[in-house]
Design a protein around this ligand. Sequence first.
Ligand SMILES: [Zn+2]
Length: 285
Amino acid sequence: MSGHVYPTRDVVPIEQNDQTMVSKSLVTQSMDFTAPRGRLEMGGLLIGHIDQEGTINVVTGFFPEQLKETPGYCRFSGSWVAVAASACEYANSFSTGEGIPELRIVGWIHTHPDLGLFLSSTDVDTYSTLRGMVPDSKFVAVVIDPLRNQDGVFPSERLPNTFFPASGEPDLGEGLRDRYHHLLDRLQEVRTAVGTDRMPSILPGDLRDERLASGDADDSVSALRESVHFLKGELWKTEDRIASLEMEVKTTKRGLLEQIRRLERRVISLEKSKGHGIMAWFTNQ
Ligand SMILES: [Zn+2]
């Protein structure tokens, strides 16, 4: 699953789309997790459900290990689609009450650090491939620019410059909420089995507080905290460099002043001496 970006024009923000609800919390967690990575792109999968009105509800997701990540490209293994589908299947085996929507893969998220919001031609191809993997084509792409703090939900790959901001809050009944918890439990189990490097972030969306209370790690806040420590370290190194440069400047200034004084003394002594002009001294140097 890859996203390759380059600038395009004619960006068209649109109003909220009533066919799609993307959790604002989920997008905020994605921003917090990916912002410390700077200009490296990252992609992940989004999990949700289709409600009785047919609206796509994007509720949770995760970022797997990136096989390739550059300032204009990211790719993760397609095998994560199977991992996500299997976790959904597991969750759907619980809370089998009537009318509770099934959890499924509903979207793809990737970052455009400091590049803005649009779908590149590669994004359009990836979007189309992923949409083809779901039975009813109900699938959305979310692009976030964590360095500009922008996000866009792209309802269709046919409109690569048309998007709206994520602003939703899912309305989860008890049974559905229970399913999401089973899904997140399974994703945590997968992460324990494969390691954090292979599954760097699980995004609980609006279930965050409950998940933290039950002992899940807070990936987004941890990433932000690590980046604060890193930046503090960089700041101290810079301060040390500035202090050393200041010392160097002081030493150079002292040396130059001494040279100037020596030259002044020499000029005065030459002016005083008979038969030797200043110019003669300079010419002889
Ligand atoms: Zn892209």
